[in-house]
Design a protein around this ligand. Structure first.
Ligand SMILES: NC(=O)c1ccc[n+]([C@@H]2O[C@H](COP(=O)([O-])OP(=O)(O)OC[C@H]3O[C@@H](n4cnc5c(N)ncnc54)[C@H](OP(=O)(O)O)[C@@H]3O)[C@@H](O)[C@H]2O)c1
Length: 250
């Protein structure tokens, strides 16, 4: 790593280092999607420590989740790229009352996203996992009448249309812009039906399977997101923010 990158990393980490953390999320029933790795796994660990019950979904492998020995952890297989997979989720949450959802599942899509090689199949897959699947999940939540207080959609600055200056990963960008638009609609629906909130948050440049060179630890991003939620700030409803609650342009 060159000196310039080292310095960038140092200042970036300093900016987003969790400060004044006072987490106030206890005894809740929480759904976390994409929970076997990265941010989803970090949120799962933090929320279990706070004595919450976590319904953790995974695509296929649950190797990381299955190492956690905690009776408050319920594992549910749900590949969000397939509309056939949501029935299991529906059945597994029927007998609980979910209060919170962290929607972390996400993919970058093909490693090379050259418009000259565009395929509907690849695009549909990215859209389904990163964006449309939350609609199916919320349909289940509303039909089962869960007392949902908050839905946190893990978005990305890459979904900002205003900040797009390179068109790289246009499939990913489009899916996160779509997720942002869905967030806005769901913020209105959840406010009306549940007096709940829904917002989109960019976890920042975070080290994970998706971004191995990321600057922030997933556990620090998780703490920042949980702190935001702990503040019970209803003015965040329908917003697209970073880890410091600063609004990101749509
Ligand atoms: N890392 C960053 O710098 C960064 C920046 C901005 C936004 N984000 C967003 O943060 C969220 C978490 O990503 P991460 O960085 O923590 O990466 P990650 O470790 O790759 O987490 C993504 C999770 O989504 C799951 N997933 C993928 N396809 C799925 C499917 N078809 N059905 C269900 N789950 C599926 C993955 O499961 P498998 O591992 O089994 O495939 C994985 O557990 C994503 O929404 C990502 O877009 C990340």
């Amino acid at each position: 790593m060159g000196l310039r990158t080292k310095l960038r990393k140092f200042f970036y980490r300093k900016k987003f280092q969790p400060k004044n953390i006072n987490l106030e999320i206890y005894n809740q029933n929480i759904l976390i999607t994409g929970a076997n790795s990265g941010l989803g796994l970090a949120l799962t660990n933090e929320l279990l420590k706070l004595n919450n019950k976590v319904y953790a979904t995974f695509k296929k492998n649950n190797d990381n989740l299955s190492k956690i020995n905690n009776e408050n952890l319920i594992l549910i297989k749900c590949d969000q790229s397939s509309d056939q997979e949501f029935k299991k989720l529906e059945d597994n949450i029927l007998s609980t009352k979910l209060n919170l959802i962290f929607n972390c599942a996400g993919i970058l899509g093909p490693s090379v996203q050259n418009i000259k090689e565009f395929t509907f199949e690849e695009m549909n897959n990215v859209m389904m996992v990163n964006s449309y699947s939350i609609l199916e999940i919320i349909k289940i939540i509303l039909n089962q009448n869960h007392p949902l207080q908050a839905l946190v959609n893990i978005s990305s600055e890459g979904g900002s249309i205003g900040l797009n200056d390179d068109a790289l990963y246009y499939m990913y960008r489009t899916s996160k812009s779509s997720l942002n638009s869905i967030t806005k609609s769901l913020s209105i629906i959840l406010q009306k039906e549940k007096k709940g909130i829904c917002f989109a948050v960019d976890p920042g440049n975070m080290k994970s399977g998706m971004n191995p060179g990321g600057f922030l630890e997933a556990s620090d991003c998780a703490k920042n997101i949980l702190q935001i939620l702990s503040e019970n700030d209803h003015s965040l409803n329908g917003k697209f923010i970073d880890l410091l609650k600063k609004e990101i342009p749509w």
